[in-house]
Design a protein around this ligand. Structure first.
Ligand SMILES: Cc1ncc(COP(=O)(O)O)c(C=O)c1O
Length: 471
């Protein structure tokens, strides 16, 4: 094929295929919301997928993208089906999707002001607005990064920069740096600490109670033991909430502990920080205002497509120390604290201006949309937990604090654990999609209820279906 730049950038082709794609997606939305018994996942083996796409890759070039778009859609899991209740990934609100298309069209790099004039300004407004909601005060400042994993790493690097000179002096000075965190924290915290060279010994995992919250009664003992062993604990992390069980740590007590011992307090609110929008559930975040840094994923409980995570600091100055570095070709003065050159504070150089997605929701629906989403999903999880308790065949792992519910089927014969088989059978059937976790060495079925169109009827259907499996 000859290179025909005019054809590639043809406004008319873009309009035509764009409309066709929107129609295709809108049809899938309609179908997903119909009462029919649709598949959430038409599971194929990895070999099957590889074979299909290898053949596709080797086949003649396409005249139009429609067929390709349809194949991508039909061979992927459908998060818009209200029977999707697996991982903590939402069906993005369609308005936010349109924002995503706009952001892709702009392709503004964002690291330097001119390449993200709008994005950088909106990030400042949104993160500062969130900072006020979390009680951080008027000096709070933040930016958006690509996901909670990178958000946690960035915040931990900031925590280290606040109390050590490792960034400049190198790891020689780092010996014995350590963090304290719940044993139930997301693996990205552990990974971030290892990337920073802390090693296994530098990650002090505090056991959890029977509600899977960090045991604050152990903090003083673990801290004293760490000190005795020559460790320099520079940060403690609170989960709001944890991944496996959706448990909120006692942020108030952790915050007081951090203040007493002069260590950085980071809150991983990737999933559960948006509870701040809900008068009904914001009490779960009591004490969050004591944090030095906090992350919030917009692409979990705030209905946007991935990836966009706010990293918010109580003191603006802390956010500029993380990546102190020269980049003459980007900005003239590294020392200046310029919010508008966001690459000074973010891991990324080129960065998707994903803030447009959440901002679109904020401007069209206001805070109310996040309040309603949190309350609908958290309340439904409580109703689901009550439902599970009514079935004699099921055991609930804990009373849910968020929209993550873990439960297991109690086998009537031989004591054999059939829950792995249940998970597999559900996957092969494809109507429901749920996942699993292991708690205290016991295998549990796990649901994260992410779709506000999911109802108690769907959840009853799930339990009934499990009861009718050939177990
Ligand atoms: C509590 C928590 N923190 C961090 C992360 C990582 O976020 P991301 O998947 O956006 O990298 C997750 C993901 O599930 C999470 O649940």
């Amino acid at each position: 094929m000859d290179f025909d730049a005019e054809k590639i950038y043809s406004p008319e082709d873009f309009r035509l295929y764009g409309h066709q794609l929107i129609d295709l997606l809108a049809d899938q939305l309609t179908e997903s919301q119909s009462a029919g018994d649709l598949l959430t996942i038409d599971w194929k083996s990895p070999e099957d997928q590889l074979d299909f796409w290898s053949k596709d890759f080797d086949s003649p070039l396409l005249d139009t993208p429609q067929g390709l778009f349809k194949d991508v859609l039909s061979r992927s899991i459908n998060l818009y089906n209200p029977k999707y209740m697996g991982h903590q990934v939402p069906p993005p609100a369609p308005m936010a999707l349109l924002g995503s298309l706009l952001s892709g069209f702009l392709n503004n790099g964002a690291a330097v002001y001119e390449m993200g004039m709008t994005g950088n300004a909106i990030e400042k407004i949104v993160t500062e607005n969130l900072g006020l909601k979390f009680g951080f005060g008027s000096d709070a400042s933040g930016f958006v990064t690509s996901g909670g994993t990178l958000g946690n790493l960035t915040a931990l690097l900031s925590a280290r920069a606040a109390s050590t000179n490792v960034w400049d002096a190198g790891s020689g000075e780092q010996n014995n740096l350590a963090i304290m965190v719940s044993a139930e924290s997301h693996y990205s915290v552990d990974r971030a600490a290892r990337i920073m060279g802390l090693g296994t010994g530098g990650i002090i995992k505090i056991p959890v109670n029977d509600r899977f919250q960090l045991r604050t009664d152990l903090l003083d003992t673990y801290f004293a033991e760490a000190r005795k062993a020559g460790k320099n604990v520079f940060c403690i992390i609170g989960c709001a909430c944890s991944t496996s069980t959706g448990a909120y740590d006692d942020l108030q007590t952790i915050g007081e502990f951090a203040a007493k011992n002069h260590i950085w307090f980071h809150v991983d609110g990737a999933h559960g920080a948006p509870a701040i929008y809900s008068p009904l559930y914001k009490h779960l975040l009591k004490g969050v205002e004591m944090a030095d840094s906090l992350i919030v994923d917009f692409h979990k409980m705030m209905m946007t497509p991935a990836l966009s995570t706010a990293v918010i600091y109580k003191r603006a100055a802390d956010s500029y120390k993380t990546f102190a570095q020269k980049a003459q070709y980007l900005w003239a003065d590294q020392q200046k604290q310029e919010w508008h050159n966001s690459g000074k504070r973010t891991f990324e150089c080129t960065k998707h201006v994903n803030i447009v997605c959440v901002y679109t929701l904020m401007r069209i629906y206001g805070d109310e949309v996040f309040k309603q989403n949190v309350e609908t999903l958290y309340t439904l999880a409580r109703d689901f937990a009550d439902l599970v308790k009514k079935y004699q065949r099921f055991e609930l792992a804990y009373e849910p604090q968020s929209n993550i519910v873990c439960f297991r089927y109690l086998s009537s014969n031989t004591g054999e654990d059939v829950n792995q088989k249940i998970l597999q059978d559900l996957l092969m059937d494809g109507r429901y999609y749920i996942v699993s976790t292991t708690l205290n060495d016991v295998f549990y079925l796990r649901t994260a209820i992410m779709n506000p169109l999911t109802t108690i009827k769907h959840l009853t259907g799930l339990l009934d279906m499990i009861c009718n499996l050939d177990l």
